[in-house]
Design a protein around this ligand. Structure first.
Ligand SMILES: [Zn+2]
Length: 73
């Protein structure tokens, strides 16, 4: 595991820590440097609690609305 906080893009392999859905929000905790991943739903559910404790709040949930399923040629 790396502790470097790279501004990497979340992928389909990143899963919500709460429900296992695709993660769209990556949170880095200020205290431990630990990384948490949340789906759009759970990021909103934990935002009020976790955001003040986080050093980074990387939210890609906007992509939910931008990226419609694209047919593969
Ligand atoms: Zn979730």
């Amino acid at each position: 595991m790396t502790t470097a906080v790279a501004d990497r893009t979340l992928t389909a392999a990143d899963r919500c820590d709460r429900c296992g859905a695709q993660a769209y929000v990556r949170v880095v905790l200020e205290s431990s440097g630990g990384e948490l991943l949340f789906c759009a739903h759970h990021s909103r559910a934990v935002e009020a609690t976790l955001k003040p404790l986080s050093s980074e709040w990387h939210d890609e949930s906007g992509r939910l609305h931008e990226r419609e399923p694209v047919p593969v040629d």
